[in-house]
Design a protein around this ligand. Structure first.
Ligand SMILES: *[C@@H]1O[C@H](CO)[C@@H](O)[C@H](O)[C@H]1NC(C)=O
Ligand SMILES: *[C@@H]1O[C@H](CO)[C@@H](O)[C@H](O)[C@H]1NC(C)=O
Ligand SMILES: *[C@@H]1O[C@H](CO)[C@@H](O)[C@H](O)[C@H]1NC(C)=O
Length: 336
């Protein structure tokens, strides 16, 4: 049997002219798109007088106001715009093109819709107790969930949405900062808390508190360390060596997270001088100085005169008044 060369050329032409995918589906979204945004899918076919049917996951599009279909009267193509897009619209989209003789299904396009976390930024949190410290990174509510990373003192903990860590306060902390990093489908957020030893910007180590003997004295240290970790306070009287003071008898120490006070009732001269308040947390400690001046009860004024001197002055003044009286008597006598 002889081979017809025209048959061969014809076969070759058919093979090379046939397009790889005649009906093509493209989108203006690359990767994830956010809920509430709009996305357009473009379908173009090579058929004359083509009609189109859109499908998601193999089914016809469900009804909904978010679907807007535009068929181009000039060419065999159609656009499906979904606006506003939501997580319900996720799926694999295809476009089916047909005319009276031919039909073809396009390539499939996956639509991935993300919902951002409830807060625009990741949140760093910490709570300090006497024995331990609760650290946390939170970026919840996102779909898909955000990847969350907590770093503190050289240790990294990872999770989704939220990561918490309880650190025992018995150990030394070398890198006292909490770093939280979040990543939701490529959108990143970071926060940081730097912890410090107890500090007070308002405290003056040279300030003097002045009371009169027998009165009550109050010495106060107020911390203003941002993110201060639960501090402990201890009080000393420099005599000149530090002597520890605890509550009891004339002394009363009251402390909370940001302040400590030393109340001395019925102050005696021996209690004057410099006091130290040492505030400590796991990061370190700071010593504050407080100076107490005790004035003597007998001389509330600042003249410094003794009782005997004051009595002398009173007698002198009285004598002067008497002399003026006598002089006045003689003047009156002279005139009349
Ligand atoms: C895609 O196109 C539509 C209509 O032109 C537009 O509204 C939308 O913002 C676009 N979406 C993206 C992700 O570019
Ligand atoms: C698509 O074309 C095939 C033949 O190529 C035919 O069997 C089928 O019924 C057609 N489908 C539709 C929905 O027109
Ligand atoms: C902080 O890191 C140092 C060095 O790795 C370690 O010795 C210490 O125990 C850690 N502290 C805490 C509270 O984990």
């Amino acid at each position: 049997m002889e081979l017809n060369p025209f048959f061969c050329i014809c076969l070759l032409l058919i093979v090379t002219l046939a397009p790889a995918s005649a009906t093509e589906l493209t989108s203006n979204a690359t990767g994830w798109i956010w809920e509430g945004e709009a996305v357009s899918l473009y379908c173009s076919a090579q058929l004359t007088d083509a009609r189109f049917i859109w499908r998601v996951d193999g089914d016809l599009l469900p009804g909904g106001d978010e679907y807007h279909i535009f068929e181009d009267p000039l060419g065999p193509n159609t656009t499906l715009t979904i606006s506003p897009v939501s997580r319900n619209h996720m799926g694999s989209y295809t476009c089916f093109a047909y005319n009276s003789t031919l039909n073809e299904t396009s390539n499939a396009l996956n639509l991935s819709v993300a919902k951002p976390p409830s807060n625009p930024s990741i949140y760093c949190k910490s709570e300090a107790y006497t024995e331990q410290m609760l650290l946390g990174c939170s970026w919840v509510g996102g779909q898909p969930s955000a990847d969350v990373k907590l770093s503190f003192n050289g240790t990294v903990k990872e999770g989704q949405d939220e990561v918490n860590w309880t650190v025992s306060l018995g150990y030394e902390v070398q890198q006292p900062e909490l770093i939280c990093q979040g990543d939701q489908v490529g959108k990143k957020s970071e926060c940081k808390i730097v912890y410090e030893r107890p500090l007070s910007s308002s405290h003056d180590n040279n300030a003097v508190t002045s009371v009169t003997e027998g009165e009550n004295a109050t010495l106060i240290v107020t911390l203003n360390t941002p993110n201060s970790l639960q501090p402990t306070f201890s009080w000393f009287h420099l005599n000149p060596d530090p002597v520890a003071i605890t509550s009891g008898g004339k002394f009363k120490v009251e402390s909370d997270n940001s302040q400590s006070s030393l109340l001395i009732s019925n102050v005696a001269q021996s209690e004057k001088g410099t006091y130290e308040c040492r505030a400590r947390n796991i990061i370190g400690s700071t010593t504050f100085k407080l100076n107490l001046e005790v004035k003597s009860q007998e001389s509330p004024g600042s003249s410094g005169l003794s009782g005997g001197a004051i009595a002398g002055i009173v007698i002198g003044v009285l004598a002067g008044v008497a002399l003026v009286g006598v002089g006045g008597f003689f003047l009156v006598k002279k005139v009349f």
